[in-house]
Design a protein around this ligand. Structure first.
Ligand code: HEC
Ligand code: HEC
Length: 487
C-alpha cells in the first residue's frame, strides 16, 4: 500500500511544473491509505443460513419442468360411487364451480371480493368425466407428475389423430411418409386394429380402451407409464426410422411438430414451453389416452347388490347381442348367467381375469404354440426379458400380459400375435388347446396339472354360454368427444 505513495513522491520531485500539486496529491493519498489501514476489518457477513435460499433457475433447455402458467381447466373423474355421478348429464361435463346464480351473487358484493370470488370460481371450474358404470375410479392411477388438464387433453387428442409419425427417411417428409396413432389404434375397432399383427412388427395392436388402469404397458410390460409408451429412452429419438413402428418408439414426432406454428402456440398455452418437447408431447398424449373409457356393459348394469340377476339382465341386453345368437331375451339372459357361473367356477377364468377390470395385472404363459416366425427367431421370452436381473422367475418365460375382457367384440383378433380370430376359438383354446409343449411354467391350476395341459371339459352349450358371457362384458361405445377427431 505504501509503494504507490513512494512512487508518487519521487515523481512529484521530478515533475517540477507539477511540484506543488503532486506534493499535495501524494500527501493526501498517504493520509488516505493510512486512514484506511486504521479501519477495523470488515465484519463477517450476517448469518443467512436460516433465511430461505433462492431457488436456482431451471436451465433453459429444461423449461418443460416449469409449471404451466395461467389457469387451465382441471379434468376430474367422477366414479359411479360418488354422489355427484347421477347428476351429471353426460360423459363430458364442463362444470362451473357454483352452478347457478354466480353473477347474481357478484352483484351484491363489493368489487374486490367479487373479483376474488370470480377468480376462485374460475379456478374451481373443471371438466367432470362421468366414469362409466362398472369401472373403478381412475384417480388413483393418475401420476402426480402429470395431472390431467383441458389444454393438455386437447393437444393430446389433436396429436393422436394427426399424421405426425414419420415412417420413411424421405426428405422432405410428405404426408404419405407419415402415419398417425389413430391408423393403428382405430376407434371403430376398439382403438385396436383388425390385423393379427401390426404390419411393422410381430405384435397384435393393443386396444387403448381403459388403458388408464394399466401399471405396465405393452404385451411384455416393458413400459411403466403411458407417458413412456410414446418414447422411453433418449436414444429412441435416433432409432432408424424403419425400426420405429416395431419398437413403438415415436421419438421423431418432436422434429415434425416443431415445424408447425399452430403446435408451437398450443404447446405454449398448455405447458408454457416455447418449443414442443418430447416430455410435453408424452404428457399431452397420455392425458388424452387416460380418457378413453368404456364400461356400462349389460353385466355392469344388471349387477345389483345381490349379484347378477336374470330379470334385470333381460332388460339390458342390446339387440346386437341377441341378433348374433338368434336368441330370445329370456334365453339369452339365462345363457349369460350360466356363462357367468362357468367363468367364476368350472372354467376358472376369473383366476386371471377378475372383475371389475377382468385382468390381474400379471403376466402368464398360457401355453400358446409359438408361431413359425417366432421359432425361427429363437425362444420367445416375453415378459422374462424385461424383468430386472434378480427378479426373473421361470414362470415368466414366454409370458404375456393378461388382457382385459371388457371390449372383446371390438378388439379381435386375439392374443399377443393375434393368432385367434374369434371368441369361440379362444374358448376352444382354453377348453382343449393349451399346449404343454410350449415352455409352460404356469402355476395356475386351470392350465396345467403335473406334467400335462388340462382340459376344461366344457360341452357345446357351456362353450356357447361362456362366449355369450364374454360378449355381454362389452361396454358401451367410447364417448364421441373422445372417439371422433372433431374438437
Ligand atoms: C404402426 C402401428 C402403430 C402406431 C402408429 C401406434 N401404435 Fe401404439 N401400439 C401398436 C402396437 C402393435 C402395440 C403393442 C406393442 C407391443 O406390445 O409391443 C401398441 C401399443 C400401444 C400402447 C400400450 C397399450 C397397453 O395397454 O399397454 C399405447 C399406450 C399406445 N400403443 C399408444 C400409441 C400412441 C399414443 C400412438 C401415437 C403416438 C401409437 N400408439 C401409435 C401399434 C401402433
Ligand atoms: C393363467 C391365467 C389365465 C387364465 C386362467 C385365463 N386367461 Fe385368458 N388370458 C391370459 C393371458 C396371459 C392372455 C394373453 C396371452 C398371450 O397373448 O400370450 C389371455 C388372453 C385371453 C383372451 C384374448 C384377449 C385379447 O384381447 O387378445 C381372452 C378372450 C381370454 N384370455 C379369455 C379367457 C377365458 C374365457 C378364460 C377361461 C376359460 C381365460 N381367459 C383364462 C391369462 C389367463
Amino acid at each position: 500500500m505504501r509503494r504507490p505513495v513512494v512512487v508518487l513522491w519521487l515523481s512529484a520531485w521530478w515533475l517540477s511544473a507539477w511540484w506543488l500539486s503532486a506534493w499535495w496529491l501524494s500527501a493526501l493519498l498517504a493520509l488516505g491509505c493510512a486512514r484506511a489501514e486504521r479501519y477495523p476489518p470488515r465484519p463477517p457477513a450476517a448469518d443467512k443460513s436460516n433465511e430461505p435460499k433462492a431457488v436456482p433457475l431451471i436451465p433453459a433447455d429444461w423449461v418443460w419442468l416449469e409449471p404451466k402458467p395461467g389457469p387451465d381447466l382441471r379434468i376430474v373423474f367422477v366414479p359411479a360411487t360418488a354422489a355427484e355421478w347421477s347428476q351429471l348429464p353426460g360423459f363430458w361435463n364442463v362444470a362451473p364451480a357454483v352452478p347457478l346464480g354466480l353473477p347474481t351473487i357478484h352483484l351484491g358484493l363489493e368489487a374486490l371480493p367479487a373479483v376474488a370470488g370470480w377468480a376462485l370460481a374460475e379456478q374451481a371450474r373443471s371438466v367432470r368425466i362421468k366414469v362409466p358404470r362398472g369401472l373403478p375410479d381412475p384417480t388413483p392411477w393418475l401420476p402426480p407428475g402429470n395431472p390431467p388438464t383441458m389444454a393438455k387433453w386437447r393437444l393430446g387428442k389433436k396429436l393422436f389423430f394427426a399424421e405426425v409419425l414419420p415412417i420413411s427417411n424421405a426428405e422432405p417428409i410428405s404426408r404419405a411418409d407419415r402415419t398417425a396413432c389413430v391408423h393403428c389404434h382405430r376407434p371403430e375397432h376398439g382403438f385396436a386394429e383388425k390385423l393379427a399383427t401390426n404390419r411393422h412388427g410381430n405384435r397384435n395392436t393393443l386396444s387403448l380402451i381403459n388403458v388408464v388402469y394399466r401399471k405396465q404397458l405393452f404385451w411384455d410390460g416393458r413400459a411403466d407409464s403411458l407417458e413412456q409408451t410414446i418414447v422411453r429412452e433418449p436414444h429412441d429419438e435416433k432409432l432408424p426410422v424403419a425400426d420405429r413402428p416395431a419398437r413403438h418408439a415415436w421419438g421423431s414426432i418432436v422434429a415434425v411438430i416443431r415445424e408447425d406454428e399452430d403446435y408451437r402456440r398450443e404447446f405454449q398455452e398448455a405447458f408454457g414451453v416455447r418449443q414442443p418437447t418430447q416430455d410435453a408431447i408424452a404428457q399431452a398424449l397420455a392425458t388424452y389416452l387416460r380418457t378413453i373409457l368404456s364400461g356400462d356393459s349389460a353385466v355392469d348394469r344388471a349387477a345389483g347388490p345381490g349379484g347378477l340377476n336374470a330379470d334385470t339382465l333381460e332388460a339390458f341386453l342390446d339387440d346386437d347381442l341377441l341378433k348374433r345368437g338368434g336368441l330370445k331375451r329370456d334365453t339369452a339372459a339365462r345363457q349369460i348367467l350360466l356363462g357367468h357361473a362357468l367363468f367364476h367356477g368350472k372354467a376358472r377364468c376369473h383366476l386371471c381375469h377378475p372383475p371389475p377390470l377382468y385382468f390381474d395385472g400379471d403376466f402368464h404363459n398360457i401355453g400358446l404354440e409359438a408361431s413359425d416366425l417366432r421359432q425361427l427367431l429363437g425362444e420367445d421370452l416375453g415378459r422374462f426379458e424385461f424383468v430386472p436381473v434378480g427378479l426373473k422367475e421361470a414362470r415368466l418365460r414366454g409370458a404375456y400380459r393378461t388382457p382385459s375382457l371388457r371390449a372383446l367384440p371390438r378388439t379381435g383378433p386375439y392374443m399377443h400375435e393375434g393368432k385367434m380370430d374369434t371368441l369361440s376359438a379362444v374358448v376352444e383354446f382354453f377348453n382343449r388347446g393349451v399346449s404343454a409343449r410350449s415352455n409352460l411354467f404356469v402355476a395356475k391350476p386351470l392350465l396345467v396339472s403335473p406334467g400335462r395341459a388340462r382340459t376344461l371339459e366344457l360341452d357345446s352349450q357351456e362353450k356357447a354360454a361362456l362366449e355369450l358371457f364374454l360378449r355381454a362384458l362389452d361396454g358401451g361405445p367410447v364417448d364421441a368427444m373422445i372417439a371422433t377427431p372433431k374438437p
